[in-house]
Design a protein around this ligand. Sequence first.
Ligand code: EPZ
Length: 427
Amino acid sequence: MDKIRIRGGRPLHGEIAISGAKNAALPLMAASLLSDETLTLSNLPHLVDITTLANLLVQHGAEIRMNGAAGNGGHTGRVLELRARDIVSTRAPYDLVRKMRASVLVLGPLVARAGRAEVSLPGGCAIGTRPVDLHIKGLNLLGAEVELREGYIHARAPRGLVGAEVVFPAVSVGATENLMMAATLARGETRLVNAAREPEVTDLAHCLVKMGARIKGIGTDTLTIHGVERLHGAEHGVIPDRIEAGTYAMAAAITGGEVELLGARLEHMRAVAELLGEAGVSVRESERGIHVTRTGGPVRGVDVMTEPFPGFPTDLQAQFMALMALADGAAMITETIFENRFMHVPELCRMGANINVHGASAMVRGRPALTGAEVMATDLRASVSLVVAGLAARGETIINRVYHLDRGYEGLEAKLAACGADIERIQ
Ligand code: EPZ
């Protein structure tokens, strides 16, 4: 199995082109099931998760054509044409859903378009129990009959969905996306209250509007959707990946380097930029994206709590922890979104970090240096935090289970190596 070897201690210098956002691309692809016309998505990242969802969509009846890699806002990215002329199967089987939880995003579109869906329950995952009750309750409110049987969500709305008010008791990105998609084809008006405001949700809303959906309140926590008879084809470019950009910002900071993140958007990353600023890292808008610099002494320890957007994202918590492991001072990092997202802590400690976890908080006491070690992690962001740590650690770090990284970081080694990192993939 592939591994990544890093010899740490080289400051990153250069430019990194930020890919299209995985977590925007996945719901956008699922949205293709809402129309019998072609949805053309550009700036798609080349990632295993994208292929997994493409395979699921094909078995629902979508025809998918890859149209080369074309530019979008100066970036290369794949262009996919997705056309679900007919829904030939409403079943999302366990063997595909278990590979990727985001597969549950086909639930809303299938029920809205075909009046039924049988989607495998995703089950647990490395970062917590992650139920889908909010997706199910929401669909129920839109008039679907939903039953859980034999590990599957069976949803039926033979006479179509009907608009309703859905008040989310907690913010959920996936439930907001699923219900927003479902509501576009429901009869009447749907209000989603306490909806997620993540840029990926907003990107999906913009694409749905291009497809003919009527959505108000985009970018706020209340989305009002007037159902329409049908949606049509559209073309849409996926937003840049703010989590990828944030990860490379932390990598530049931890190595005392200077990078320009091409295409990255500061308006998607204000909380991250502010926090890095407090830690002594300069993050500013540049003509082509975001410019990140840390020169001089170590970063300062600063506390952070993960929150729904516009707060600091849970998907950057592990990478920030790696950075704080080398800070001058201590940092209290509190995870409020997922109950079990500290899997990287023992591995960072094996590299010499001083971190103690108490419930949902991790107390990181900065050390002057980390040392390379053989490490592995159980999810994407935990894995990449070990890469971030390895870039600054003394000696050699070997990261196992590279397939996690391939789910979410396009060309990771190539992008870092081009900025001077000593990193390679080995067998
Ligand atoms: C999305 O997951 C992202 N995935 C995650 O990124 C990200 O960490 C998360 O949002 C939070 O920002 C994709 O977009 C594909 P949620 P999602 O529903 O939609 C609980 C990565 O590394 N909850 O906002 O599944 C849930 O357990 C991934 O790229 C319920 O209780 O997240 C969690 O504690 C990992 N019931 C919280 O809400 C539900 O029905 C937020 O989850 C749904 C969620």
